[in-house]
Design a protein around this ligand. Sequence first.
Ligand SMILES: CC(C)(COP(=O)(O)OP(=O)(O)OC[C@H]1O[C@@H](n2cnc3c(N)ncnc32)[C@H](O)[C@@H]1OP(=O)(O)O)[C@@H](O)C(=O)NCCC(=O)NCCS
Length: 180
Amino acid sequence: MAIGIRLAVEGDLPAMAHVVVDAWRATFAGVLPEDFLQGMTHDRQVRRHRRYLSRAGIVYYVAEDENGVVVGFASGGPSRHPGFSHDAEVYALYLLPAHQRRKLGSMLFARVAGDLGDAGHKGLLALALENNPNRVFYERLRGRAVPTEPLILGGTAVGQVAYVWDNIPALLKGLRGLAQ
Ligand SMILES: CC(C)(COP(=O)(O)OP(=O)(O)OC[C@H]1O[C@@H](n2cnc3c(N)ncnc32)[C@H](O)[C@@H]1OP(=O)(O)O)[C@@H](O)C(=O)NCCC(=O)NCCS
Protein backbone atom coordinates (compact mmCIF):
# COMPACT_ATOMS: atom_id res chain seq x y z
CA MET A 1 0.00 0.00 0.00
CA ALA A 2 1.35 3.46 -0.88
CA ILE A 3 1.52 6.31 1.61
CA GLY A 4 -1.74 8.18 1.23
CA ILE A 5 -4.10 10.87 2.39
CA ARG A 6 -7.80 10.19 2.94
CA LEU A 7 -10.78 11.71 4.75
CA ALA A 8 -10.82 10.84 8.44
CA VAL A 9 -13.57 8.72 9.98
CA GLU A 10 -14.71 8.27 13.58
CA GLY A 11 -12.59 5.11 13.89
CA ASP A 12 -9.43 7.18 13.35
CA LEU A 13 -9.92 9.15 16.58
CA PRO A 14 -7.68 6.98 18.83
CA ALA A 15 -4.87 7.10 16.26
CA MET A 16 -5.26 10.86 15.86
CA ALA A 17 -5.11 11.31 19.63
CA HIS A 18 -1.90 9.28 19.71
CA VAL A 19 -0.41 11.47 16.96
CA VAL A 20 -1.26 14.74 18.78
CA VAL A 21 0.20 13.61 22.11
CA ASP A 22 3.37 12.18 20.56
CA ALA A 23 3.91 15.20 18.31
CA TRP A 24 3.47 17.67 21.19
CA ARG A 25 5.79 15.74 23.51
CA ALA A 26 8.48 15.47 20.83
CA THR A 27 8.18 19.06 19.60
CA PHE A 28 7.96 20.81 22.95
CA ALA A 29 10.21 18.69 25.21
CA GLY A 30 12.33 21.16 27.16
CA VAL A 31 10.24 24.04 25.80
CA LEU A 32 6.87 23.63 27.53
CA PRO A 33 6.57 22.46 31.15
CA GLU A 34 7.09 18.70 31.39
CA ASP A 35 4.11 18.24 33.72
CA PHE A 36 1.87 19.87 31.13
CA LEU A 37 3.19 17.55 28.37
CA GLN A 38 2.92 14.45 30.54
CA GLY A 39 -0.58 15.52 31.59
CA MET A 40 -1.87 15.38 28.00
CA THR A 41 -4.21 12.41 27.67
CA HIS A 42 -5.43 10.42 24.71
CA ASP A 43 -8.98 10.43 26.12
CA ARG A 44 -9.16 14.21 26.19
CA GLN A 45 -7.86 14.39 22.60
CA VAL A 46 -10.39 11.81 21.45
CA ARG A 47 -13.23 13.80 23.03
CA ARG A 48 -11.97 17.08 21.57
CA HIS A 49 -11.58 15.79 18.03
CA ARG A 50 -14.84 13.80 18.15
CA ARG A 51 -16.69 17.08 18.81
CA TYR A 52 -14.97 18.78 15.87
CA LEU A 53 -15.22 15.82 13.48
CA SER A 54 -19.00 15.76 13.77
CA ARG A 55 -19.49 19.46 12.97
CA ALA A 56 -20.70 20.64 9.57
CA GLY A 57 -18.12 22.69 7.64
CA ILE A 58 -15.13 21.05 9.34
CA VAL A 59 -12.79 18.80 7.34
CA TYR A 60 -10.38 16.18 8.62
CA TYR A 61 -7.80 14.24 6.63
CA VAL A 62 -5.44 11.54 7.84
CA ALA A 63 -2.11 10.38 6.41
CA GLU A 64 -1.48 6.64 6.35
CA ASP A 65 1.85 4.89 6.02
CA GLU A 66 2.59 1.94 3.74
CA ASN A 67 0.84 -0.40 6.22
CA GLY A 68 -2.34 1.63 6.50
CA VAL A 69 -1.37 3.00 9.92
CA VAL A 70 -2.45 6.58 10.62
CA VAL A 71 0.73 8.64 11.11
CA GLY A 72 -0.69 12.16 10.89
CA PHE A 73 -3.75 14.29 10.36
CA ALA A 74 -4.94 17.81 9.65
CA SER A 75 -8.23 19.60 10.20
CA GLY A 76 -9.78 22.94 9.37
CA GLY A 77 -12.99 24.89 9.10
CA PRO A 78 -14.41 28.37 9.70
CA SER A 79 -12.02 30.68 11.53
CA ARG A 80 -12.43 30.73 15.31
CA HIS A 81 -10.71 34.14 15.52
CA PRO A 82 -13.07 37.04 14.80
CA GLY A 83 -10.18 39.53 15.06
CA PHE A 84 -8.96 38.36 11.63
CA SER A 85 -10.61 39.03 8.29
CA HIS A 86 -9.49 35.57 7.13
CA ASP A 87 -12.58 33.39 7.23
CA ALA A 88 -11.04 29.89 7.33
CA GLU A 89 -8.55 28.24 9.64
CA VAL A 90 -6.32 25.19 9.74
CA TYR A 91 -7.07 23.98 13.25
CA ALA A 92 -4.58 21.12 13.55
CA LEU A 93 -1.65 19.68 11.60
CA TYR A 94 0.34 16.87 13.20
CA LEU A 95 2.61 14.03 12.13
CA LEU A 96 4.39 11.44 14.21
CA PRO A 97 8.07 12.42 14.51
CA ALA A 98 9.30 9.48 12.40
CA HIS A 99 7.09 10.58 9.51
CA GLN A 100 8.02 14.25 9.35
CA ARG A 101 9.90 15.87 6.45
CA ARG A 102 8.45 13.50 3.85
CA LYS A 103 5.96 16.05 2.46
CA LEU A 104 3.00 14.49 4.26
CA GLY A 105 2.43 17.76 6.13
CA SER A 106 2.35 19.65 2.83
CA MET A 107 -0.11 17.13 1.37
CA LEU A 108 -2.41 17.28 4.42
CA PHE A 109 -2.30 21.07 4.46
CA ALA A 110 -3.09 21.21 0.73
CA ARG A 111 -6.10 18.90 1.11
CA VAL A 112 -7.59 20.89 3.98
CA ALA A 113 -6.93 24.26 2.33
CA GLY A 114 -8.35 22.91 -0.95
CA ASP A 115 -11.60 21.80 0.68
CA LEU A 116 -11.94 25.11 2.54
CA GLY A 117 -11.43 26.99 -0.73
CA ASP A 118 -13.99 24.75 -2.46
CA ALA A 119 -16.43 25.50 0.36
CA GLY A 120 -16.21 29.20 -0.56
CA HIS A 121 -13.74 30.47 2.01
CA LYS A 122 -11.45 33.24 0.77
CA GLY A 123 -8.62 33.65 3.29
CA LEU A 124 -6.89 31.24 5.61
CA LEU A 125 -5.06 31.39 8.91
CA ALA A 126 -3.14 28.92 11.06
CA LEU A 127 -1.88 29.53 14.58
CA ALA A 128 1.44 28.23 15.86
CA LEU A 129 3.16 28.57 19.19
CA GLU A 130 5.93 31.15 19.01
CA ASN A 131 8.46 28.61 20.29
CA ASN A 132 7.52 25.89 17.80
CA PRO A 133 10.55 25.32 15.53
CA ASN A 134 8.22 23.74 12.96
CA ARG A 135 6.52 27.02 12.17
CA VAL A 136 9.16 27.41 9.46
CA PHE A 137 6.78 25.10 7.57
CA TYR A 138 4.19 27.91 7.31
CA GLU A 139 6.86 30.46 6.43
CA ARG A 140 7.95 28.31 3.52
CA LEU A 141 4.33 28.40 2.33
CA ARG A 142 4.62 32.20 2.41
CA GLY A 143 2.22 32.64 5.30
CA ARG A 144 2.39 36.19 6.62
CA ALA A 145 3.19 36.16 10.35
CA VAL A 146 0.95 38.30 12.55
CA PRO A 147 1.26 38.45 16.34
CA THR A 148 -1.86 37.29 18.12
CA GLU A 149 -3.19 36.59 21.59
CA PRO A 150 -1.25 34.10 23.74
CA LEU A 151 -2.58 30.63 24.46
CA ILE A 152 -3.06 29.61 28.09
CA LEU A 153 -1.45 26.19 28.62
CA GLY A 154 -1.46 24.66 32.07
CA GLY A 155 -2.07 28.11 33.56
CA THR A 156 0.83 29.75 31.67
CA ALA A 157 0.48 32.21 28.77
CA VAL A 158 2.45 31.02 25.74
CA GLY A 159 3.02 33.35 22.78
CA GLN A 160 1.41 32.51 19.45
CA VAL A 161 1.90 33.61 15.87
CA ALA A 162 -0.91 33.61 13.32
CA TYR A 163 0.09 32.82 9.75
CA VAL A 164 -2.31 34.28 7.21
CA TRP A 165 -2.91 33.80 3.51
CA ASP A 166 -5.22 36.34 1.89
CA ASN A 167 -6.16 34.17 -1.06
CA ILE A 168 -6.65 30.41 -0.84
CA PRO A 169 -6.48 29.77 -4.63
CA ALA A 170 -3.10 31.59 -4.78
CA LEU A 171 -1.84 29.52 -1.85
CA LEU A 172 -2.99 26.32 -3.55
CA LYS A 173 -1.11 27.24 -6.73
CA GLY A 174 2.08 27.19 -4.67
CA LEU A 175 1.13 23.76 -3.37
CA ARG A 176 0.11 22.38 -6.77
CA GLY A 177 0.74 18.69 -7.17
CA LEU A 178 0.52 17.94 -3.46
CA ALA A 179 -3.27 18.12 -3.11
CA GLN A 180 -4.09 14.92 -5.02
C1 LIG B 1 5.01 20.88 10.92
C2 LIG B 1 4.73 19.58 10.20
C3 LIG B 1 3.24 19.37 10.07
C4 LIG B 1 5.34 19.66 8.79
O1 LIG B 1 5.03 18.50 8.06
P1 LIG B 1 6.20 17.70 7.30
O2 LIG B 1 5.57 16.61 6.53
O3 LIG B 1 7.22 17.35 8.30
O4 LIG B 1 6.75 18.83 6.34
P2 LIG B 1 7.08 18.73 4.78
O5 LIG B 1 7.93 17.55 4.51
O6 LIG B 1 5.81 18.83 4.02
O7 LIG B 1 7.94 20.06 4.68
C5 LIG B 1 7.90 20.94 3.62
C6 LIG B 1 9.00 21.97 3.83
O8 LIG B 1 8.71 22.78 4.98
C7 LIG B 1 9.94 23.12 5.64
N1 LIG B 1 9.93 22.53 6.98
C8 LIG B 1 9.04 21.65 7.51
N2 LIG B 1 9.34 21.38 8.80
C9 LIG B 1 10.44 22.10 9.08
C10 LIG B 1 11.25 22.25 10.26
N3 LIG B 1 10.98 21.61 11.39
N4 LIG B 1 12.32 23.09 10.20
C11 LIG B 1 12.64 23.73 9.06
N5 LIG B 1 11.90 23.62 7.91
C12 LIG B 1 10.84 22.84 7.93
C13 LIG B 1 11.05 22.56 4.78
O9 LIG B 1 11.41 23.55 3.84
C14 LIG B 1 10.36 21.40 4.09
O10 LIG B 1 10.96 21.04 2.87
P3 LIG B 1 12.30 20.14 2.87
O11 LIG B 1 12.07 19.01 3.83
O12 LIG B 1 12.39 19.71 1.43
O13 LIG B 1 13.42 21.05 3.31
C15 LIG B 1 5.35 18.36 10.95
O14 LIG B 1 6.73 18.54 11.05
C16 LIG B 1 4.76 18.13 12.32
O15 LIG B 1 3.74 17.47 12.46
N6 LIG B 1 5.40 18.67 13.37
C17 LIG B 1 4.94 18.47 14.75
C18 LIG B 1 3.61 19.14 15.00
C19 LIG B 1 3.62 20.63 14.74
O16 LIG B 1 4.57 21.33 15.05
N7 LIG B 1 2.48 21.09 14.18
C20 LIG B 1 2.24 22.49 14.00
C21 LIG B 1 2.89 23.11 12.81
S1 LIG B 1 3.39 24.79 13.16
